[in-house]
Design a protein around this ligand. Sequence first.
Ligand SMILES: *[C@@H]1O[C@H](CO)[C@@H](O)[C@H](O)[C@H]1NC(C)=O
Ligand SMILES: *[C@@H]1O[C@H](CO)[C@@H](O)[C@H](O)[C@H]1NC(C)=O
Ligand SMILES: *[C@@H]1O[C@H](CO)[C@@H](O)[C@H](O)[C@H]1NC(C)=O
Ligand SMILES: *[C@@H]1O[C@H](CO)[C@@H](O)[C@H](O)[C@H]1NC(C)=O
Ligand SMILES: *[C@@H]1O[C@H](CO)[C@@H](O)[C@H](O)[C@H]1NC(C)=O
Ligand SMILES: *[C@@H]1O[C@H](CO)[C@@H](O)[C@H](O)[C@H]1NC(C)=O
Ligand SMILES: *[C@@H]1O[C@H](CO)[C@@H](O)[C@H](O)[C@H]1NC(C)=O
Ligand SMILES: *[C@@H]1O[C@H](CO)[C@@H](O)[C@H](O)[C@H]1NC(C)=O
Ligand SMILES: *[C@@H]1O[C@H](CO)[C@@H](O)[C@H](O)[C@H]1NC(C)=O
Length: 820
Amino acid sequence: MGGPVKFFFLVIAAAAPLLSAAQHMAKPQALWINNATLHGNSVMRFTLITDLIRGEEEYFAAGFVCATTPKCDVYLFAVFIVFGFYNSSGKFLVLEDASREVIWSANRDRPVRENATLEFTSDGNLVLHDADGSHVWSSGTSGRSVTIMVITENGNLVLSDQREATVWQSFDHPADTMVPGQSLLQGMRLKAYTSPTNWTVDQFYITVLPDGLNAYYAEGTTLPQLYFSFQTKIGKIANDPTRATFMDGSLSFMLGPDRIENITFPVAHSTWPVAQYIRLDKHGYLGLYEWSKGERSTMVYDIMGSLGMDACAYPTVCGAYGVCNGGQCTCPLENNSSTVYFKLVDDRKPNLGCTPFTPVSCQEIQHHKLLTIPNISYFDYSHTALNAASIDDCKQACLKNCSCMLVLFRARECVWVTKVFSLHAIQQENVGFDSPVYLKVQLIPSIFAPNANRKKVMLAATVGAVTTLVLLLIAVTLYIQRRRKYEEKDEEFDFDKLPGTPTRYSFEKLSECTEGFSKKLGEGGFGSVFEGKLGEVRVAVKRLEGARQGKKEFLAEVETIGSIEHINLVRLIGFCAEKSERLLVYEYMPRGSLDRWIYYRYNNAPLDWCTRCRIILDVAKGLCYLHEECRRKIVHLDIKPQNILLDDNFNAKVADFGLCKLIDRDQSKVVTMMRGTPGYLAPEWLTSRITEKVDVYSFGVVIMEILSGRKNIDNSQPEENVQLINLLREKYQNNQLIDLIDKHSDDMVSHQEEVVQMMKLAIWCLQHDSIQRPSMSTVIKVLEGVISIQTFDANSLGFVQENPSTYSVPSQTSILSGPR
Ligand SMILES: *[C@@H]1O[C@H](CO)[C@@H](O)[C@H](O)[C@H]1NC(C)=O
Ligand SMILES: *[C@@H]1O[C@H](CO)[C@@H](O)[C@H](O)[C@H]1NC(C)=O
Ligand SMILES: *[C@@H]1O[C@H](CO)[C@@H](O)[C@H](O)[C@H]1NC(C)=O
Ligand SMILES: *[C@@H]1O[C@H](CO)[C@@H](O)[C@H](O)[C@H]1NC(C)=O
Ligand SMILES: *[C@@H]1O[C@H](CO)[C@@H](O)[C@H](O)[C@H]1NC(C)=O
Ligand SMILES: *[C@@H]1O[C@H](CO)[C@@H](O)[C@H](O)[C@H]1NC(C)=O
Ligand SMILES: *[C@@H]1O[C@H](CO)[C@@H](O)[C@H](O)[C@H]1NC(C)=O
Ligand SMILES: *[C@@H]1O[C@H](CO)[C@@H](O)[C@H](O)[C@H]1NC(C)=O
Ligand SMILES: *[C@@H]1O[C@H](CO)[C@@H](O)[C@H](O)[C@H]1NC(C)=O
């Protein structure tokens, strides 16, 4: 470091005479250090200031300005407008301490810190180094005989040579602002300032083309999309680049000698001291601004709006996938369909846009679908690369290319888009182009039945046929024997006479509607579940296995569920009881069971906090209904994520009453066989005094799994973390509940205080003493914010050792369906 430091001292000595007063020009071999000794105040530090030419108190200055407010720790090297005056001792004093408008900056994507240096080197280069000496920016003019640096009265920072020819000027590298006298030349971009410290993330920009002005939006590395275009009416004739100059209340396009076309601003000519400039803002608006001393800078004229731009046609007005309709933001809906594919990113801020429930994945291209969204237009129609002659070709071409996310057919051209920003609802009266847009969505693949390929099916069929022949004899013999037994028992239950039961179906019908039980959705405690279709309605058919054992449970299910209807309980549509076959037909739940969504085994996107809250409340309502609102109290006995199913909108419903045990209301304690699933069993199973509070305990475990995004017993974790509930006790006692929040989701982390409150509710449900646990109706009141969580003593928390081998209950009475 010895070299550079010495060098700096030399330069400081040389530059020192120049710093005695703020100047409008500097010579090579000058160095400014971004510290308090520069002219100015804590918010801006001047290196150069214009002479008093523009107006009484309005100045252009070059120097360091804070990039962030109100905390000032990083700086831009910038040209900015400031109000001030020189006092009689030649010192420049700022009026209104923190007011300045930055019109250009060298380093807005990389601000520098205190002690950064700006050096005008002896070979004519202007170089910015950060405080640690790292190179940040330079004008690239070394060796070009630069002899002077000036800030002009227009606010242009200029490096010129002996003959006063401009070698470099800030006007050639515009930021987001144009000041009077400044031109935008073909090839230059005016770029909006979308983030205070990083403007490479998303970008609005404007360029000048031979036939006018075009505005684009791009996010990250996506292809820029055109959202605004101003076409000049007269053609360009000259060969030199087109320029648009901001001057005298208009933006003039010079298209050749004497060929000028203006966008004129009908704004009264400002009187001094008023600063005027054109700026492209972070929402993509191009505006004329005015700023005068003591006032806020305001947009006085919306340039694009005056040229016919609709407020709903800006790319980010409603965020990605958001539909803008008269300023209101909603999510897109398919024509004539009740299925919802998108949800708001944040329910309270609809303008942040929508997100698909299932992200489009290039690995699952066979499950892509184009939704028809009627009466919508999209702002960008500049990409017509797909080779398609008709609307159907256009859609087909889009479905074949994974990067195509939206298509529309306009003026016989197939328009496609690789990233979808805001959509624009067209009002009825101005449906000029009445073609709908087609949005690509990902359908949920059937995870449990990956598309079996034909060969496998054929092979299986052949093997099956041979095996069938062999087994047929055995089967017939066995069947005749067993049938005798069942015929006697079947007389006990006359299913036709059960009151209020759902539709009864024949086995043949259900076999047909499930295509011979081919699409397995999952496996429950007493049998497998298959997908089927009754007419147009998708259903889930549960086929109970081992009829002898399942008969009792089957009856219980039909009897109880048949009479129960609640929005948070899976509805029983029908059943079949034929010979030894026992089947139940349930409503189909498109998003499957909750475990698919919270354990991240299928690479799904994390659920947001709001969705998780809703699921917890839905489950609580379903359970509350079973416990407290039914004619007879029903204890579920096997609450776990696999038994919580989700519909298209992530409404949760409690499923699988196969383990239901009825408890008469006056008989609150019942000795039953031990049931349920390890990991969700309440401690009192060990003492066999079972009440509905066992469900409350299991519900507590489910809450924790939802909040932590992992299984209660997860053997893939380090040994001390295998059991979530033990971990919960430890974290609760050390006041570190935050550690348990699902880290997959930024949204969860950003709601950590609410999540921790929810964890406390879980702890309340997980108490060892079942009497201390809240009832489900109390849980709902807590969730709805009507009452707060009762204070509880940390020492009263009980957690059962979740190791099935330690249970003292005789194992022959246990029906433990293994963890699935
Ligand atoms: C600020 O920089 C100047 C050189 O420009 C130096 O002389 C002075 O010591 C520095 N002051 C502080 C407080 O660092
Ligand atoms: C000019 O301003 C400086 C800094 O505030 C001050 O020190 C100086 O006394 C002022 N001169 C006069 C003549 O007021
Ligand atoms: C800037 O440099 C001075 C010495 O030149 C040092 O005292 C001061 O702490 C530095 N400031 C920062 C923020 O690093
Ligand atoms: C700005 O964002 C881009 C894209 O996210 C990133 O690559 C870049 O490193 C960021 N720059 C800074 C200075 O943070
Ligand atoms: C356009 O504006 C320029 C500068 O303000 C002016 O000289 C010219 O006459 C205007 N031309 C037209 C066609 O309005
Ligand atoms: C569209 O909706 C109407 C009314 O709801 C219905 O009659 C019609 O069958 C639906 N068409 C399709 C293709 O779903
Ligand atoms: C919407 O659906 C209806 C009925 O299916 C159909 O007649 C109509 O053409 C569809 N609209 C568009 C824009 O596709
Ligand atoms: C998809 O479209 C993009 C953009 O036109 C193109 O670069 C890419 O090659 C296409 N991919 C396929 C598989 O056709
Ligand atoms: C679309 O607009 C037409 C009128 O242009 C209207 O009749 C139709 O109902 C609208 N469709 C939808 C789905 O809003």
